[in-house]
Design a protein around this ligand. Sequence first.
Ligand code: PSU
Ligand code: MN
Length: 303
Amino acid sequence: MNPYLDIAPEVQRALSEGMPVVALESTIISHGMPYPKNVETALLVEQTIRENGAVPATIAVIGGRLKAGLSREEIEYLGKTGRGVAKASRRDLPALVARGADGATTVATTMIIAHMAGIRIFATGGIGGVHRGAETTMDISADLEELANTPVMVVCAGAKAILDLGLTLEYLETKGVPVIGYGTGELPAFYTRESGYSVDYRVDSPAELADVYRAQRALGYRGGMLVTNPIPAEYAMDKTVIDAAIEQALRESVEQGVKGKEVTPFLLARVVELTGGDSLESNIQLVLNNARLAAKTAAELAR
Ligand code: PSU
Ligand code: MN
């Protein structure tokens, strides 16, 4: 086992008995939602995973240790500290570990740590991707490269239109990452069920998802796969409302010269502020929906 990794006892027990486990990220807690909704949501997501037959493993870096499975106190600490915790993507782990520091893990680092621990499936809200204007800024999330290299299935609700969804799909195609629609042939756009872009494959059951994952391993691929699960219709947002908020947030980020790892957290926070919390409720519901699907798929994988 990796000398920097701590697997929580409950998670370790489930893994050694071949029981279903689902990884969860922590940047969504610290940088993706405001306190106290972030903590409530993180705990509710864990509970939802349990109710659907799997053990949750929320992942973060605490005191330089890579944690697979957090205590309630650790989740509360990350939620309260919010953007005061370092957002930890792939390039951040070496320094955080060496200094014994704390970090909230993105999709990329959650995949890395999940894989180290032997966890095959991970549920989140939205992934990072190719940003609008990336042809000049070169702002492309490390999440995409991780999907290309690390064998974890990531269940999300697509990607927010803060990104260029077309370029994000092109990048994933180049890197050989399967993009699967759950119950849809269209890429969902996080707050809305449709984006106008097609996914590679439509899959309609957790058992089929488990089959595709097993086939990917059997083929000897090293990378992961992306499952895009549309937000339940009753919680989807009005496209014109959300698009207007995203456009304004993007304009402000350019005006204020926001750069690097700050871009995504800035946009996420502004969109919530501009939509007066409606988008937050949608965000919570889609994460719970992804948690249910990931837990059921983990149960199929464990059969
Ligand atoms: N998109 C969301 N919600 C999030 C994130 C992205 O809709 O919480 C977070 C995830 O942790 C994701 C990270 O991995 O932002 C991507 O950051 P960047 O674009 O800097 O790679
Ligand atoms: Mn970026």
